[in-house]
Write a protein that binds this ligand. Structure first.
Ligand SMILES: [Fe+2]
Ligand SMILES: [Fe+2]
Length: 226
């Protein structure tokens, strides 16, 4: 299992190196002095920001969504490392495949719009994998309890973003709303899959769920800001 952790960590090194370079550029005074049209390239999902305030609002939203999908991928990778060959393997794999699609979409949106990802990506890489593998070591119910906790947090987070964007300007953010709503529905499906696979019958389910959701809230708070 230790070997699996390092293999997964290594495969993300190059991406992280490029993202760190992007972060250095975005911290520079040259970047800050450029008009917003120069530092943001329009992508079908995101409107060209009107000003720096809107750019920062959208950057923060996209950054935390990307971090969430990245973390979810690492959790399912950890679960598969432990339970991949069990009867539950195909169920986890199916959810992981959807998370891969979510992450690929946010990777595209981030790079097309020159949004830097959270600096905490290397932490979410290891923490996500350990959370997935650690709960999967409790067995199928443990893995599913983790899935219920995480997916509930992510879908609630998406719901609050949907509310904010709807209040702000639903027409302006119609494409982004479409993506977030679609992903929110997938996360709710994952949540229900966890419940259908006896998550709630894990001894200490409520305590574990609360602890994981506390961690998710902290990760969301950090990823929005750093
Ligand atoms: Fe997802
Ligand atoms: Fe999910």
């Amino acid at each position: 299992m230790q070997r699996a952790v390092f293999t997964h960590v290594r495969s993300h090194d190059w991406t992280q190196f490029k993202l760190i370079n992007l972060r250095i550029w975005q911290c520079s005074s040259v970047y800050r002095a450029l008009p917003v049209q120069f530092i943001s390239r329009a992508y079908s999902v995101i409107p060209t920001p009107r000003d720096l305030t809107e750019k920062e609002m959208l950057d923060s939203m996209l950054r935390v969504d990307h971090a969430g999908e990245y973390g979810a991928n690492r959790i399912y990778a950890g679960q598969m490392a432990v339970l991949g060959r069990s009867q539950t393997g195909p169920v986890i794999q199916e959810m992981w495949d959807q998370e891969k699609r979510h992450l690929a979409k946010f990777n595209d949106i981030l790079s097309e719009n020159r949004v830097r990802p959270t600096l905490f990506l290397p932490i979410w890489n290891v923490a996500g994998f350990l959370l997935g593998a650690g709960t999967a070591l409790l067995g199928k119910k443990g893995a599913m309890a983790c899935t219920v906790a995480v997916e509930e947090s992510i879908s609630e987070h998406y719901n609050s973003q949907i509310r904010s964007l709807m209040e702000e300007d639903p027409d302006r953010y119609v494409e982004l709303l479409h993506v977030i709503k679609e992903f929110r529905d997938d996360e709710l499906e994952h949540h229900d899959t966890g419940l259908e696979h006896d998550a709630e019958s894990l001894p200490g389910y409520k305590i574990l769920k609360s602890a994981i959701q506390l961690g998710c809230s902290a990760a969301i708070y950090i990823s929005q800001r750093v």
